[in-house]
Design a protein around this ligand. Structure first.
Ligand code: FAD
Ligand code: NAI
Length: 307
């Protein structure tokens, strides 16, 4: 195996994209990841009987290169098209909200897309840079280093870095006993922003497993509540939105401390950051806080390295 020249910190979509683009040009890299596997905010959470997409719910692909990758992943069985019966809920009530957007989901769970991207890459799991190895060590060992973590974690490694703070998101899943008239809804009122029946996505084993995402402001205000309290409060909020009264059979809450930009329109001036001396910083927050943005930012970092 060729000796890696580039170290990448973080095996989320940005880090995986960077490693891929380098590999296509014959440059080997190694990705250091603090968790047990790849995916970051696109990974799915295991539950007793199955799994659930608690982070990214789906993604859209507007860039031609990213759209082509989505088609390849679909052919490999790692991605599928999700065609939910969509609603929009605001103070006026529930309205059907169909559209023609192609929405991609990992199959049979969101994390499958990350595993597909990671299949030929060298990843060192359970290795937190800043704890198990230092950034200084990596910079001495490798020709280039890419920090591909959420913005706040990049700042923990490089305190002078100018990056926007990311908003948290409390996410809940609940198994319920009643069908509902829609599969997912964009919510414009109250503590929730998004609700979706995970089971309506292709290949899922469960039947009525709803995912509830709180707004950035509700998540921030209630950041230190216990998972049990959040589960109760957000389930109650979902009870006010889902038309058919339900009983909860199982459920759990998960806190994403660094989930998304505070403002959906936030994008930085450049697709990645040149931190000097062959150190690069990439991540979704450079390009608007979506899966596609993370991919484009990682590719941009690889292109700068190759220049
Ligand atoms: P991450 O996925 O966060 O990857 C960074 C990786 O770095 C992680 O694996 C982390 O463990 C690792 N890491 C951090 N610090 C260190 C360290 N010191 N050493 C080693 N490793 C480290 N986007 C959409 O397009 N559609 C959606 O529907 C959508 N919904 C979302 C819902 C939620 C609740 C959340 C949280 C996000 C959602 N997003 C959505 C956003 C999307 O998930 C992100 O834009 C994208 O996954 C970010 O990829 P990334 O590689 O930039 O960062
Ligand atoms: P998209 O094109 O489906 O959605 C973009 C935005 O347009 C949505 O947030 C929603 O407000 C609106 N919208 C789209 N279709 C709608 C419809 N049929 N009815 C009513 N409103 C509709 O997907 P895109 O641009 O790829 O964005 C990805 C999604 O990921 C967004 O919804 C974004 O808010 C969400 N996200 C959530 C995060 C979290 O922490 N919960 C973090 C980052 C992204």
């Amino acid at each position: 195996m060729t000796t890696p020249q580039v170290a990448i910190i973080g095996a989320g979509i940005a880090g995986l994209a960077c490693a891929h683009a380098l590999r296509q040009h014959g440059i080997e890299s190694i990705i250091y990841e603090k968790s047990r596997g790849p995916g970051g905010r696109i990974s799915s959470k295991r539950t007793d009987n199955s799994s659930v997409d608690l982070g990214a719910q789906y993604f859209t692909a507007r860039d031609p290169g990213f759209a082509a990758l989505a088609l390849q992943a679909e052919q490999a069985g790692a991605l599928a098209r999700w065609e939910p019966n969509l609603a929009m809920i605001d103070d006026a009530g529930i309205q059907a909200s169909p559209d023609t957007q192609t929405r991609w989901v990992g199959a049979p769970r969101m994390g499958a897309f990350a595993h597909y991207l990671a299949r030929d890459l060298r990843i060192e799991p359970a290795t937190r840079i800043g704890e198990h190895r230092s950034l200084t060590e990596l910079r001495a060992q490798f020709t280039s280093v890419v920090i591909a973590t959420p913005a706040d974690q990049a700042r923990a490694l490089l305190p002078d870095l100018k990056v926007p703070a990311q908003a948290p998101c409390w996410a809940v899943w609940i198994d319920i006993d009643r069908d509902q008239p829609f599969d997912a809804a964009f919510v414009k009122t109250g503590p929730l922003r998004w609700i979706a029946n995970d089971a309506s996505k292709p290949g899922r084993a469960t039947r009525r497993r709803w995912v509830l995402h709180a707004t950035p402001s509700w998540s921030d205000t209630n950041l230190e509540l216990s998972a049990e309290q959040v589960l109760l409060k957000l389930t109650e909020a979902a009870g006010g939105l889902l038309p058919n009264a339900f009983r909860v059979e199982d459920g759990h809450a998960h806190r994403w401390r660094y989930a998304r930009p505070w403002d959906d329109q936030t994008a930085m001036a450049d697709a990645c950051i040149d931190a000097g001396d062959h150190l690069w910083v990439a991540g979704d927050y450079c390009m608007g806080g979506r899966v596609e943005g993370a991919w484009l930012s990682g590719v941009a970092a690889a292109q700068r390295i190759m220049r």
